[in-house]
Design a protein around this ligand. Structure first.
Ligand code: MRU
Length: 351
């Protein structure tokens, strides 16, 4: 992972993030000094990708505490929790956001007025470090699926690398690990309309890491699967239900259907913080709908009438039945997911 593409960095009085809306034209930064500035950055996708959102939210809670700390402890607590609610509402689909906030609220509950700031900062740093380690493990576990194979052609969607996490990435971590072992012939990256996370971000990471790659428009995936002998599709996730149904960037479900038709294994790569064990199926996942102009425009220019009605869901849900395996930091979960995910949850709670 190139240090220049580190998605976020705590600077003591602010959370510095790469403004991902400006990539690849410019590598510029935003310094968020309040929790609301972090929430805004999450909303506008300056920082995005489920695990990175979770880590950013954790640091935002440190800023929230500093803003809230005044008067009695009860008053501080009420303000802190109110700012946490605002943060949590920035985006609805990636469960990592509410997971990160919940971790910090739990830390707050066990703290005292004297040590709260120190404890919150330590917890945020631990969440970041944990994500770095988790990505590395996901990379190794995913690469193990392809042991002994060379010349791999793998298709991916959206962005799951350093920009989307605190580490080497989830699905991208698998690709980077395979590439470091000389096993990749080509990573096919979907451009990922409407906001082009694949073209703007994943292609930037692939080029920076010198991984053999080829950018395609989303509409080309079927032809690439048929004509280029794709070995696997590997993507990330924003929320995984207890039955394995998985929300990820819009277009993922279509890829899974295409992969099934072409007999190509379809994998999800995600950390524990992306699982929502409290929901039984993907039907319970709230899908974020974004501004219509994201679809009406391309590169800031209107390519459709300004008044045309638009449907712009940011994510879709891939049914568990289409997923060959879910690559986690603790190994690859396989069907039946109700069982393997329940077992995975138990292994996490026994730490
Ligand atoms: O809207 P985005 O860019 O935040 O969507 C990101 C994705 O859908 C990623 O695939 C997902 O968060 C996994 S990131 C490791």
């Amino acid at each position: 992972m190139k240090e220049t593409l580190r998605s976020l960095c705590w600077e003591g009085d602010a959370l510095r993030i790469i403004d991902q809306t400006k990539l690849p034209e410019a590598l510029s930064y935003r310094r968020c000094r309040t929790s609301r500035e972090v929430a805004d950055a999450i909303r506008m996708l300056a920082v995005r990708g489920a695990p990175a959102i979770g880590v950013a939210a954790a640091y935002a809670c440190v800023l929230a505490f500093r803003e809230a700390a005044a008067g009695t402890w009860e008053e501080t607590a009420a303000r802190f929790h109110a700012l946490c609610r605002e943060l949590e509402e920035a985006r609805p689909t990636a469960v990592n956001l509410s997971w990160g906030v919940a971790q910090m609220e739990r830390t707050f509950e066990s703290a005292s007025p004297e040590n709260a700031e120190t404890m919150l900062l330590a917890r945020a740093k631990a969440i970041e470090a944990e994500d770095v380690d988790t990505c590395r493990r996901i990379g190794a576990n995913g690469a193990a699926l392809f042991a002994g194979r060379k010349g791999l052609r793998i298709l991916t969607h959206c962005n799951t690398g350093a920009l989307a996490t605190a580490g080497i990435g989830t699905a991208f971590g698998v690709l980077a690990t395979l590439a470091s072992r000389g096993q990749i012939e080509c990573v096919y990256a979907d451009e990922t309309r409407p906001l082009l996370q694949g073209a703007r971000l994943t292609a930037t990471e692939l080029v920076a890491d010198e991984i053999p790659c080829c950018l395609i428009a989303d509409t080309m995936a079927a032809a690439v699967m048929r004509g280029k002998k794709i070995d696997a599709v590997i993507v990330g996730a924003d929320r995984i239900a207890a039955n394995g149904d998985t929300a990820n960037k819009i277009g993922t479900y279509g890829l899974a259907v295409l992969a099934a038709y072409h007999h190509i294994p379809f994998y999800i790569a995600a950390p524990f913080s992306t699982f929502d064990f409290s929901i039984r199926s993907g039907k319970e996942i709230v899908i974020e709908e974004r501004n219509a102009d994201e679809v009406r425009r391309f590169g800031g220019i209107y390519t459709a009438p300004k008044t045309v009605p638009v449907y712009n869901p940011a994510f879709d849900v891939t049914p568990a039945a289409l997923i060959r395996g879910i690559i986690t930091e603790r190994g690859v979960l396989v069907p039946p997911y109700a069982e393997s995910i329940a077992q995975y949850e138990r292994s996490l709670s026994h730490e």
